[in-house]
Design a protein around this ligand. Structure first.
Ligand code: ADP
Length: 467
């Protein structure tokens, strides 16, 4: 069963259920039609006998009757005559009606089972069911009460087998029609199931092709539509899109990272080779070691930044979001960082009171630290850094402004890319990862970041968080 396709399973269950329903219906139809036919036979019997009751009359004499032109029958009875009207039905639809004396002797009429049924006791206006040689008969008697007819009985007899022909024909028709109906329904169900499930087959084929070929650029083609399967295919396509994008980013990151690491490693190797080539003076060794020290520190910073970055990406859905007093958090960061005082740069801050925000403490700390660090790093001697926090009805705004070296217009859009460093700051010990990390953190908090800057005048980074 497990090995069967969904299509086969649906068709199988559907067919079994249908066959059971059809069999039950078949027997119900037979039983109901059987009952209806037998009831009809009995009703016809009663009706025929009741009608015949009024077709018999007693005449003491028939002298006044024009026998030549009278179509009715006259039979002698006691001292007079019985007139059997020509409407009297001896036999109709195999219902036989006969006239009896109360002792069971036949007076008039036909009865195919005359001998056997004449011995059966007369009961007025009641259906009797008797078995004569294995055949069931219905008998209906009426005692005649009209003047002169007292003591006579009308008896109607009909065989139960009369309905057998109709029942047999119902049997036969049902036996042909029902399997045909089952067959057509199953076939229809199978075709519909196959059509409905075709997109699943296409999804499965495309997914296999993509996973075997490893080509995440491929998409599942199921045409237009808005049903569940089209939605499933679209979800798969969106997933491939995202996977493709993140693989591209990973690839780019690995290539950028190895490229960035290659430079300091090459410098270190070159310095070592040069120093080992021949004896050098102490000053030359010192010079070589300080180059190696600088490059190692650069590598170490690069590796640390890369680790921070990867950690941020990997854990992005595990960071706890809580209600944070942003004013207090930023105040403590600014207060700590104002102590750096590098290049005699002064850090000033103006933070609106009690601004609360749902965010992650660790990430928001990393974000502001990075921005202030950059302002120190790219600031001018005796310069300034201004940090401002304010809010309105909908948003919270954070500004980090400096009067440092600034960023050229054409580079401003690129500084948020990984490893990007602006032309005027390449020699700095930065890695080009800080701002891309800041951007990730802002994105995580559903915020926006922008920069306004002018070369040699300074830069302002603005972060907007929705409340
Ligand atoms: P890093 O500072 O490690 O190089 P970032 O991602 O933090 O990397 O910054 C990317 C680039 O943006 C920096 O190399 C620098 O050129 C430029 N930059 C960032 N902040 C400032 C700033 N406050 N003033 C001038 N340039 C900046």
């Amino acid at each position: 069963m497990k090995k069967l396709s969904i299509r086969a399973k649906i068709t199988l269950w559907f067919s079994i259920a249908l066959i059971i329903v059809v069999i039950i219906t078949y027997f119900m139809v037979l039983s109901v039609s059987n009952q209806i036919i037998h009831k009809t036979i009995r009703d016809n019997l009663i009706e025929t006998v009741e009608d015949n009751v009024d077709e018999i009359e007693y005449f003491a004499t028939i002298d006044d009757i024009d026998l030549e032109n009278d179509v009715d029958q006259f039979i002698r009875y006691e001292d007079g005559f019985l007139e059997i009207d020509d409407d009297f039905l001896n036999e109709v639809n195999q219902i036989y009606t006969s006239l009896y004396y109360s002792d069971g002797t036949l007076l008039y009429g036909e009865n195919p089972v005359i001998i056997e049924t004449s011995s059966i006791e007369f009961i007025d206006s009641q259906i009797q069911k008797v078995n004569v040689d294995g055949t069931i008969y219905y008998i209906f008697d009426r005692q005649l009460t009209q003047e002169g007819l007292e003591g006579l009985w009308l008896r109607g007899v009909v065989s139960e087998t009369q309905g057998n022909i109709q029942i047999a024909s119902i049997y036969k028709t049902s036996l042909i029609l029902m399997p045909l109906l089952v067959f057509i329904t199953i076939l229809g169900g199978y075709i519909i199931a196959r059509r409905a499930l075709r997109p699943i087959q296409q999804i499965s084929d495309s997914a296999t092709k993509i996973s075997q070929g490893g080509d995440l650029k491929q998409r599942i083609q199921v045409g237009d539509g808005n049903d569940e399967l089209h939605k499933l295919a679209n979800n798969f396509n969106d997933m491939f899109e995202r996977l493709d994008k993140s693989f591209q980013i990973e690839k780019q990151f690995t290539s950028d990272a190895s490229h960035e690491l290659r430079t300091p490693v090459s410098v270190i190797m070159a310095q070592c080779e040069l120093s080992l080539e021949k004896d050098r003076s102490v000053d030359e060794y010192k010079e070589a070691l300080s180059v190696i020290d600088r490059q190692s520190k650069k590598m170490s910073k690069l590796i640390n930044d890369m680790l921070d970055f990867t950690r941020l990406e990997l854990k992005s859905n595990q960071y706890i979001v809580e209600n944070i007093d942003l004013t207090e958090l930023f105040k403590s960061i600014c207060s700590d960082m104002s102590m750096i005082n590098a290049n005699n740069i002064t850090l000033e801050y103006n933070l609106e009171d009690s601004i609360f925000f749902s965010g992650n403490n660790e990430l928001l700390t990393c974000m502001l630290t990075n921005l202030i660090n950059n302002s120190y790093r790219y600031g001018k001697k005796d310069g300034h850094i201004w940090v401002k926090l304010e809010s309105n009805k909908d948003n919270i705004f954070l500004y980090v402004k400096d009067d440092g070296i600034g960023i050229a217009k054409e580079e401003q859009a690129k500084i948020f890319n990984r490893f990007y460093q602006a032309e005027n700051s390449r020699s700095n010990e930065g890695t080009g990862l800080g701002l891309s990390m800041v951007k990730e953190i802002v994105d995580f908090h559903k915020g926006k970041i922008s920069v306004e800057s002018e070369l040699d005048i300074g830069s302002t980074f603005t972060i907007t968080f929705p409340k």
